[in-house]
Design a protein around this ligand. Structure first.
Ligand code: GUN
Length: 278
């Protein structure tokens, strides 16, 4: 079994970006908006800011109280849309329940939507057009391709159908000519689907769900799960149980997470290069 080492690949991608950015007198700017006190959101935002700093992207953190009104948040986003020093805008999800996430995402300029969550970008992605790809799905594709794992012609199971991982990654894997089955809580024959799959993408947020007896020999497993229990991070894959059978596994931590952050940096740089087209 070989490790899909996202940590190492993300480091290489940051190095390449840093070199490109260092040649430009003007610097890319990313606005990171955090509403409330969710501990994992705080952690993710801090890591994204640290990544920016390492490679020469100026990050502007906007921390808002849990009880911030939707209208106030929308006003802040509209200001960021108009701000020429800001090329990318990221609103960390989930938002407090009194705020409608769709309205917030729709308000971010699609040209600054470096998370790739705006319907304009998701629509273009479905059509295979140039756009900002959502960070985790883009990171997963990079992780497979950079390790020379062929997607074309493969049976791929995507377990989970969220808007930010399952649905978009299924679309990207189809564009790469994989034969994709999306599984979810109402899927009846998940065992049959998993057993025939050459590649499995786990994105349901259920710690240690995937076991060795559910997979075939030499399967490639990508673990997108991130569940904290008593400050320890668990993926959706029972690593010990699958490691003898799988050919490749992305570990948690150190697999998809760093790739997601690297994809965000790539998108921010892309937004910066396109800044004249505002
Ligand atoms: N919450 C979980 N994943 C993400 C992500 O990729 N971007 C943002 N903004 N929020 C998230």
């Amino acid at each position: 079994m070989k490790i899909l080492n996202g940590k190492e690949l993300a480091r290489k991608m940051r190095k390449e970006l840093k070199e490109k950015i260092s040649k430009s007198p003007e610097k890319p700017g990313l606005a990171v908006v955090l509403v409330g006190e969710d501990p994992s959101s705080k952690l993710y935002v801090n890591m994204k800011e640290r990544d920016c700093k390492k490679i020469g992207i100026t990050s502007k953190k906007i921390k808002l109280e849990e009880n911030t009104t939707q209208e106030r948040l929308l006003d802040i986003i509209r200001q960021l849309n108009e701000d020429d020093t800001i090329h990318g805008i990221l609103v960390q999800l989930p938002l407090p329940s009194h705020i409608d996430e769709s309205v917030v995402i729709d308000t971010i300029s699609s040209k600054k939507d470096v998370d790739g969550f705006h319907p304009m970008n998701l629509g273009k992605m479905l059509q295979g057009r140039d756009c900002f790809l959502p960070a985790t799905p883009a990171g997963i594709i990079d992780l497979l391709k950079e390790n020379n794992i062929m997607i074309e012609g493969k049976e791929v199971a995507v377990v989970g159908r969220s808007n930010i991982v399952g649905k978009p990654v299924a679309s990207l894997l189809t564009a790469e000519n994989g034969t994709v089955t999306v599984c979810h809580s109402r899927t009846k024959n998940i065992e049959t689907i998993l057993k025939r799959s050459d590649i499995i993408i786990m994105a349901i947020g259920r710690p240690n769900f995937l076991k060795g007896n559910m997979i075939k020999e030499n399967v490639v497993i990508v673990d997108v799960g991130t569940t904290y229990i008593d400050d320890k991070l668990y993926g959706d894959v029972d690593f010990e149980s699958v490691k003898e059978k799988a050919s490749w596994i992305s570990p948690v931590p150190g697999g998809v997470g760093p790739m997601t952050r690297a994809a965000l940096l790539k998108n921010t740089y892309k937004a910066f290069l396109k800044r004249e087209n505002r």
